[in-house]
Design a protein around this ligand. Structure first.
Ligand code: ADP
Ligand code: AMP
Length: 220
């Protein structure tokens, strides 16, 4: 199964992804996490994408697509993939479709998270992430047990360098211009389902699972 999470930055994709993957036996592929890991390791790819990320611009399609389609070859023992943050442009969506088609697969379901821009700013500025395992926390809505320490691996949590008010504004504008049109693209394919992401994380998760089970029962 190929499940795509679509939604503005801060909608809750990274929060829901590990829970969905555990429940549905999917491998999580988060383009933002993959690119941040390259940046942290200081690879040539990391250096190439750093400016785009810190300024809230999209990394060029060719770079992201190459990275993500390479990762998509290996389900690592899982029965499918959950894509978070990819595709983000029409060109990326078309490349993904083409690659999947060549393997007799397709995007089975796109969960589009709906949340107002005002809510996003508060969510993003309070977000803290674990640089080691990429778990997502929030100072108010999902604090770690110990201040600024990851519950899972005890790494010190960090504030992402693109989680500032001006960069969030840029990322939201980019989302509305470049990514939101994908809702129509996937609606026309009959695979789009909208989810109210302003609810609590547990409620959002329960609704997502309900949709997955009603749309997709046991396929691959
Ligand atoms: P995305 O991956 O879509 O950018 P995240 O999952 O990182 O978004 O969530 C952004 C911030 O909002 C995080 O700090 C997270 O803890 C918090 N958050 C996620 N979902 C909810 C929710 N339903 N209610 C309140 N806060 C949330
Ligand atoms: P995210 O972690 O999903 O919020 O992504 C952080 C940043 O990584 C974005 O603001 C972009 O600069 C870059 N990025 C992540 N995914 C993509 C993508 N599919 N296409 C282009 N840029 C991306």
């Amino acid at each position: 199964m190929i499940l795509v999470l679509l939604g503005p930055p801060g909608a809750g994709k990274g929060t829901q992804a590990p829970r969905l993957c555990a429940d549905l036996d999917l491998r999580q592929l988060s383009s933002g996490d993959v690119l941040r890991a390259e940046k942290r390791k200081g690879t040539p790819l990391g250096d190439q994408v750093a400016w785009f990320m810190v300024s809230g611009n999209l990394v060029p399609d060719a770079i992201v697509t190459e990275v993500m389609l390479t990762q998509l070859k290996d389900p690592a023992g899982h029965r499918g993939f959950l894509l978070d943050g990819f595709p983000r442009t029409a060109t990326q969506a078309e490349s993904l479709d083409k690659s999947l088609r060549s393997k007799g697969k397709r995007v089975n379901l796109v969960l589009s998270l709906q949340v107002a821009d005002e809510v996003i700013v508060e969510r993003i500025t309070g977000r803290r992430i674990c640089p080691t395992c990429a778990r997502v926390y929030h100072l108010r809505y999902h604090p770690p047990a110990q201040l600024d320490i990851c519950d899972v691996d005890q790494s010190p949590l960090i504030l992402r360098d693109d989680d500032t008010v001006p960069v969030v504004a840029k990322r939201l504008a980019t989302y509305h211009e470049m990514t939101q049109p994908l809702e129509m693209y996937y609606r026309e394919q009959g695979v789009l389902a909208e989810v109210d992401a302003a609810q609590s994380p547990d409620e959002v998760f329960a609704r997502m699972i309900e949709i997955v089970r009603s749309r997709w029962e046991g396929g691959s």
